[in-house]
Design a protein around this ligand. Sequence first.
Ligand code: NAP
Length: 647
Amino acid sequence: MTEGSSGGLAAATDAEIEAALEHAHVPSLINALVHLTGDLSLIRGDIRPVSQLFGDPQGGVSPEDQAAMRALALQALKAHRDAGCPDLAAPATEVMQEMLHFIIGAELSPDYVEFLTSELKLVNEDPYRVDGFEGIPEAARKDFHVVVVGAGMSGLVNAIRLKQAGISWTIFDKNAGVGGTWFENRYPGCRVDSPNHTYSYSFAPNDWPQHFSQQSVLLDYFDRIASEYELRDNICLDTEVISARYGDDGLWRVAVRGPEGERTVTANAIVTAVGQLNRPKLPDIPGRDDFEGIAFHTGQWEAEHDLKGKRIAVIGTGASAFQTVPEIAPGAESVTIFQRTPPWVAPRAEYHDYIPDGKHWLLNHVPFYGKWFRFWMFWTTSEGLLASVRRDPAWNQTDRSISPANDQLRELLTANVQAMVGDDPELLAKCVPDYPPAGKRMLVDNGHWFRALKRDNVELVTDPIARIVPGGIETESGRRVEADVILYGTGFYASRILFPMKIYGEGGVELREHWGADPRAYLGMVAPGFPNLFFCYGPNTNIVVNGSIIFFSECEVRYIMGCLKLLLTEGKAAMNCRTDVHDAYNEKIDEGNLAMAWGSPNVKSWYKNEHGRVTQNWPGTMLEFWQQSQAPNPDDFVLSGELRAGA
Ligand code: NAP
């Protein structure tokens, strides 16, 4: 169905349209009106939305102007419906540019316009779709075999693109189902904390029930994708990749262990799509094994235990504990949360809200409205935030903030904590972080967490843990908290990228031994000495504020497909990243990360390795990642050997 032939609008009554418009995001609606009417005065007049950090979602458009735009939209939609919903042409590039500037409330460089226009996908439904493989003989593509490790978000998009290219592939996943992190994390309260309209594949928008949907909804989405794109036949579940060894013949031998035991498969290339956060980390607290109650990690939720009426100790206040505490607290006898570092919390009033019918209707049936709304979300929750988390070298209050904009953000977030728990000075003092905002991952909340902290049966303990004893937890001040259950919300072995797989590259060098505590890659995707091995969500590709990790995966897969195309067109067996290129890139990455809030020396987080180097995060903009991952530069690689069949 084209944008202009929406059955929903054709059948809608005036009253239905009017009711739906009450839910409109007016800046997106105004741009949709430009499509509908061609009236550019709408974006050249007095109405000027501004993007505000956690501010008015209507961009400061006054209630009167909102009402006027809704009335105009009602007329335009009625006229469009009565004309039979004709197709609408995409506007000219200059008009698009004006519309982008209008909705963002800022002028952007031409580079950005090119990138954002592509992301917006008004004219091209799938800008990341593979192309250029048709010229390669079908037999050569079929003989080329790619092993993808992991059937989560990144693994599935790899499979989709490989299938589109006609290359043979197999996914191995240790789990019993697809979905990766959404398959594994099943703790109560688990939901996505990036807006769902951007946390979805560009080519597979979804009618999300909530702006931040729950784990089961996310899992259903990825399950549906696996079925709709007919991927399942090539996905081996319950099958773990144990090791991979690169041979002199330019082929990888991949050892897997599945229900039928161990076997070895041959591949021309390997893509690891295993995520950074799937190996739960239990803290090194003395006495941990002495505990006599129930104990488990949030990432390995043991649903068989009834937590009702239990005295629960929760260790950690990261994203996972933060989501689960408010859910388990009402039924528990007590919840004692052991906090080492408080999180910064970004207020999002709609965090738990279901999307009302009217909003669904607008998203699904008003031509181009959904695209602009997705784009607005994409911008305001990502690139638009970067300026507030970048260091200003002239700023000297570096412990609390790293720039005037970061300090302003700090004020804003602190005011929110004050509004939530300001009536309890002791709790307030525990909840305001002493590091710059975005030093660690900012959490999203509509007050749920803070309301939980104020419950009579919940206590936030900041006294450090001394030891775990058979009956509970003892703190350094000598206090003993009796517990029936200990929940570890203590995170993952993030910087042990690819753990526990063993990957032997040229000369038998094992990748994780080679990395030690310092994983590095060129563009986050390739490492010298490991030809035809590609990482999705590899070193320095995690994001703190800028966008959805799905965007990064789609960019990475586009690049990886470009590499495979290069091998196939050149008839080469191997592409090996040049060490000088890799090293120069990593220098830039380090420089970049030191300029960001998460590189602050007074912050410890899973973003950094034991030496304080930021091993996980991407320091740049989305535009820069998009640009650098367009296609491989053959000069960055040494190509060698003659291509052989791996399938
Ligand atoms: P995390 O952010 O690493 O949090 C771990 C928590 O445990 C921190 O509060 C940490 O304190 C604490 N901790 C660790 N060891 C401790 C010890 N020995 N004693 C006391 N406290 C200890 O882990 P997570 O909450 O599982 O989240 C990890 C990442 O997963 C997130 O950053 C996010 O990227 C992702 N995630 C996303 C979602 C979502 O989208 N909805 C949900 C969950 C997780 P310190 O801060 O002092 O180290």
